[in-house]
Design a protein around this ligand. Structure first.
Ligand code: GCU
Length: 679
């Protein structure tokens, strides 16, 4: 156990059910040692025993199928399944005749099975349990860290990080003590995550050298996370052949460039044989890319993919490409269109090991956006869907904002295509071979990992949804609460569970209510993006406008009279969004410019909706704060931290309410129908 760091969802007590029993671990394989060590540690703590061979009578058997023959319980389970394989990273779980059995074909599956038993606790050892088969929906479940080695003058060490410094890097070099990285890997494995990127997608000078002379630092991290089934990936600069290789060009079709990538990649694999691959942000917000050479993004991605292919690596090529130097006077350029315009024509032109990583919305991780139309437009490309666990636009880990309900809406969105696929179906692929889910991590060197202790739930829920997108956010919250708080609460976190559900279940919608209305987005302070500034981005080059005037607000993205963005969607969505009659209210101002008097489905006008939701959102935060005062998480320091943050959330929510309401009152001149004070 790591001292000086909050145990998050793996406090020692969650291993009690396992550790109090006789446990048998059978098989070899790289992660079996980890499973054995976990079981041994649990038994040492809670009075059980780790058995050495199959001759005893264990309560829990964790066996690789190749070793199942060594004990009757595992042998019978395998035979009962027709001897069939469970598949990569999967496991079978069953309980019969008083023995709980986890069976896996590979040692990663065994590890995930162990953590399943941890989640079940005593329930894993009660009654009978018919065999259940568990497999990850997608092969790769990944967290990107936007960590810099150096402290960047504007962005700090972790770009969009709200949890202190990096867990990997400090003061221009690697952190000497990587125990925390190991603990992080363990937490991630318990959720199902199996890949991390250790540096920022904006690759600065020092960080670009991780690919070459600083590779040893990456290898050291890989050594720490490997025992938990996690592979390391690296963000690399497209201009590396120039920056690091001394070549005059980074043209992806230049033979010297292709050779440089091949040679460099070979060296990476010599140092890190299970290296995952590259992440590239190219031609985006000032990063170099193939456009400089008149090449396409498929050309760019494929050159890196070819270098990685011999070693089984993948390149995650980001679709976040748009003009960030646009003239706000130009109404024809629409940032929402950019990713589709750039990438949809390239469908089918990416290599198999090139994964196009698409942000879930067409803009940039706003509180409310439609799903990116790119996700429906590239059936012949492996797509990964990118989410943001770090709360850049959702309260920066000072506000409670449980994001799983938003992700769940995104993942379940659809259907589209002949076979009625959802976003999750596209990301996971027909047989787990899709690009998978990726998210920007919210972790730093803060005591609670995530700044706001309750933001741990977002990290937990992301991993679990990446493993199985069908899981329910409220159930995931229960899992997280039980693991994190039950041991301290003597096994029954009941009252706390109710409080946390009241605080967290609806917190994303609460946040939406007191911030930017009806999907319009971006009313934040430019630069750091915290707190309200309605016109902050209105006359900037970033393409993020709301167009509010005295008569109305919103962006006309219709084909009939606007930017035509609605036409990027397949039917029925191209029609649903195009028409005021069918466009969902929560996205109204994303797709349409409407008068303040436009009537929403619940009968309220747009202007009245803005007033009502902003007053209501603040009330909800105030209520959360009252509830938390009476809550007992069994940890006074944690209680105090959350209380302090709720004070700040309330202050900030009031600021949002007053600025947004005042802004629209002054623009429209329409008073609040309920006569409340608008400053
Ligand atoms: C956002 C964010 C940047 C980040 C970018 C990205 O724009 O504000 O800090 O670099 O997304 O995803 O690349």
């Amino acid at each position: 156990d790591l001292t000086g760091v909050h145990p998050a969802w793996l406090p020692p007590g969650v291993f009690r059910a396992i550790g109090a029993r006789r446990v048998l671990v059978l098989g070899d394989g790289p992660l079996t040692g980890t499973v054995r060590a976990e079981a041994e540690q649990a038994c040492a703590r809670h009075g059980g025993a780790l058995e050495q061979d199959g001759t005893g009578s264990p309560d829990l058997v964790l066996a690789l199928s190749a070793a199942a023959g060594q004990t009757p319980a595992a042998r019978e389970l395998l035979a009962g399944q027709g001897g069939s394989a469970v598949g990569e990273e999967g496991y079978l779980l069953a309980r019969r005749d008083g023995v709980t059995v986890v069976l896996a074909d590979d040692s990663a599956g065994l590890l995930y099975g162990l953590f399943h038993v941890v989640r079940l606790g005593e329930e894993a050892f009660t009654g009978e349990r018919p065999a259940e088969r568990h497999r990850p929906a997608a092969r790769r479940r990944m967290l990107d860290h936007w960590d810099n080695i150096d402290v960047h003058p504007v962005m700090g060490q972790v770009e969009r990080g709200y949890s202190g410094g990096s867990i990997f890097w400090r003061d221009g070099g690697p952190r000497g003590d990587l125990a925390r990285v190991r603990a992080y890997a363990r937490l991630l494995a318990a959720t199902g995550v199996n890949a991390v990127t250790v540096n920022n997608v904006n690759v600065h000078a020092t960080e670009s050298r991780l690919l070459t002379d600083r590779l040893g630092d990456v290898a050291a991290i890989a050594d720490e996370v490997r025992p938990y089934g996690i592979r390391v990936h690296l963000s690399v600069s497209f201009a590396s052949p120039i920056r690091l290789g001394g070549l005059p060009t980074a043209d992806p079709l230049d033979e010297r460039v292709r050779e440089w990538w091949a040679r460099t990649t070979e060296q990476v694999y010599a140092a890190i044989p299970d290296f995952g691959g590259y992440v590239v942000k190219a031609d985006s917000e000032g990063q170099p890319g193939p456009f400089a050479y008149g090449r396409s993004h498929a050309d760019g991605a494929n050159t890196l993919a070819d270098a990685l292919a011999p070693f089984g690596g993948v390149v995650h090529w980001r679709a976040f490409v748009y003009n960030h130097r646009q003239d706000w006077r130009d109404r024809s350029t629409d940032r929402a269109r950019a990713a589709y315009d750039h990438f949809a024509p390239l469908d089918g032109r990416f290599r198999d090991n090139a994964i196009l990583q698409v942000k879930h919305g067409p803009m940039d991780f706003q509180t409310r956006e439609p799903v990116s139309p790119v996700i429906a437009a590239m059936p012949s490309t492996r797509l990964a869907v990118e989410l943001q666990v770090t709360q850049e636009y959702t309260g920066q880990q000072r506000h409670v904002c449980y994001l799983a309900p938003m992700w769940k809406e995104v993942l379940g969105f659809g259907p589209w295509g002949a076979d009625g696929r959802t976003v999750a179906d596209v990301a996971t692929g027909a047989s787990g071979d899709g690009g998978g889910l990726v998210a920007v991590s919210n972790v730093g060197d803060d005591f609670y990992w995530t700044g706001h202790p309750l933001a741990q739930a977002n990290l937990y829920a992301f991993g679990r949804l990446a493993w199985d997108p069908r899981l329910e956010p409220a159930a995931l919250l229960d899992e997280w609460i039980d693991l994190t708080f039950a041991p301290a609460a003597g096994g029954d976190p009941g009252p706390l569970r109710r409080t946390l559900h009241a605080l967290m279940d609806g917190s994303w919608r609460t946040y939406e209510r007191y911030t930017a209305p009806l999907g319009v987005g971006f009313m934040v302070r430019p630069g750091h993006h915290y707190g309200p500034d309605v016109d902050g981005y209105e006359y900037t080059p970033w393409g993020t406008y709301h167009f509010a005037d005295r008569d109305g607000a919103g962006v006309d993205r219709t084909r009939a009279s606007g930017t035509g963005f609605t036409g990027q969607y397949p039917r029925p969505w191209s029609e649903v969004y195009e028409s005021l009659g069918t466009c969902p209210d929560e996205l109204l101002l994303f797709f349409h410019h409407v008068p303040y008097g436009h009537v929403l489905r619940d009968g309220a006008t747009v202007i009245q909706h803005i007033y009502d939701t902003h007053f209501a959102g603040v009330e909800e935060v105030a209520e959360s704060r009252r509830l938390w005062e009476r809550a007992d998480p069994g940890d006074p320091a944690l209680h105090a931290r959350v209380k302090e943050l709720l004070d700040e959330q309330l202050r900030c929510a009031e600021e949002w309410r007053d600025q947004v309401n005042a802004y629209f009152f002054r623009r429209s001149g329409v008073p609040d129908a309920r006569g409340r004070r608008i400053p």
